[in-house]
Design a protein around this ligand. Structure first.
Ligand code: SAH
Length: 346
């Protein structure tokens, strides 16, 4: 059956016309879905009984079940959702002084193979639909009784390996009649799928682009991120410069610091050279431990030294707060599970 949350407002209008209904009904439905966050068609009380029955026959509401919920000392919550096909994914809710932020997954598993990330090494199942991306937000809002103000596409998966669905989801999130979250409050992070960077530059969307950089030479970057073999640093940086020129928007570069791997002064110097003159910001992430991972977090002293070197040399850099690491909810620690394993763990 069709997932009603897969449709933008215009697409839902077309669906309604196809079943002989008036298009303005789509606006009423959007209000129930995204502002009231209802979980059954029967709650759509301004629609006739007849229309509600018709909708039930055509569409599902794709309501995720919560399999597990963990709360960190710092207030971060990690949800494990049953996505209704035997797979499970993780979504993280973070609370900041300026509101709530959600880290959504875009795929069930990931094909990128980054050596430092827990989403690697588990078999890739499939991409999520836009409705499934949206339902992560709605399910968290229902359970925690909050409204989210920021969305980051930094959960499981490579958003640019599921480009169309991610963009469609962003349009629904962004729509004033949908979730009504401004594009400036939405970030997409990519491991560096170069053609999609050029595509995003042409989308006329105000969301923030984050690039997982993590290294300053092709040799090092390829050893950490296999995608670099396909799209090496020169091509990646060229695409980033083109993106900035076209959109006049700042790019955020993520750089996870691992001890004796990419955290010495030579690395910092090369990073300055690579980014000099670009409209950008560097987000330093103390690398998080993962099961069987070989990377060790840099010392605090080194992380601060690295940041100060960048700042002293004209590159704005900040250290990302480590939220949720005690419940494995921090960057790179999310993984897909299948229902059978989840039950065994409980
Ligand atoms: N696939 C996308 C988005 C998911 S990851 C991407 O690669 O950008 C979100 C961020 O967490 C990325 O910058 C990723 O490189 C980083 N990350 C992955 N594993 C990490 C780890 N163990 N410690 C710190 N950051 C990590």
């Amino acid at each position: 059956m069709k997932n009603i949350k897969d449709y933008t407002l215009q697409a839902l209008k077309n669906e309604l016309i196809n079943i002989g209904e008036k298009p303005y009904r789509a606006e009423q439905i959007f209000k129930w879905l995204y502002q009231e966050n209802i979980t059954s068609f029967d709650e759509m009380t301004n629609l006739s009984l007849d229309l509600r029955e018709k909708l039930k026959k055509e569409f599902t509401l794709c309501k995720f079940n919560i399999l597990k919920k963990q709360k960190s000392k710092d207030g971060t919550k990690k949800y494990l959702f049953d996505v209704l096909d035997g797979n499970a994914i993780e979504t993280v809710l973070m609370s900041y002084h300026h509101g709530y932020s959600i880290c959504v997954s875009s795929q069930i598993g990931c094909k990128m193979g980054c050596k430092f990330c827990a989403s690697t090494g588990i078999q890739f199942a499939r991409s999520l639909t836009s409705g499934e991306i949206i339902e992560q937000i709605l399910a968290v809002e229902r359970d925690s009784n909050i409204k989210v103000s920021n969305i980051v596409f930094m959960g499981i998966g490579e958003p640019f390996d599921n480009y169309d669905n991610v963009l469609n989801a962003i349009r629904i999130i962004n729509d004033p009649k949908g979730l009504n979250i401004g594009a400036r409050h939405i970030s997409i992070s990519t491991s560096g799928i170069v053609p999609r960077i050029y595509d995003l530059a042409n989308e006329d969307l105000q969301c923030t682009l984050s690039i997982s950089l993590h290294a300053t030479t092709n040799e090092k970057r390829s050893s950490m991120m296999p995608i670099n073999n396909k799209y090496p640093l020169e091509e990646l940086m060229k695409a980033c410069k083109d993106y900035i020129a076209k959109t006049n928007k700042r790019i955020s570069f993520e750089y996870a610091l691992a001890k004796d791997n990419n955290d010495n002064l030579e690395d910092a110097k090369r990073l300055v050279k690579l980014l000099k003159g670009m409209l950008c910001h560097v987000n330093l992430i103390p690398i998080n431990k993962i099961e069987n991972g070989s990377f060790v977090k840099s010392t605090n002293e080194n992380i601060i030294k690295f940041r100060d070197y960048l700042n002293d040399n004209g590159i704005v850099a900040t250290i990302r707060r480590e939220l949720g690491s005690d419940i494995d909810a921090a960057c790179g620690q999310l993984r897909k599970k299948n229902l059978k394993n989840c039950k065994e763990e409980e």
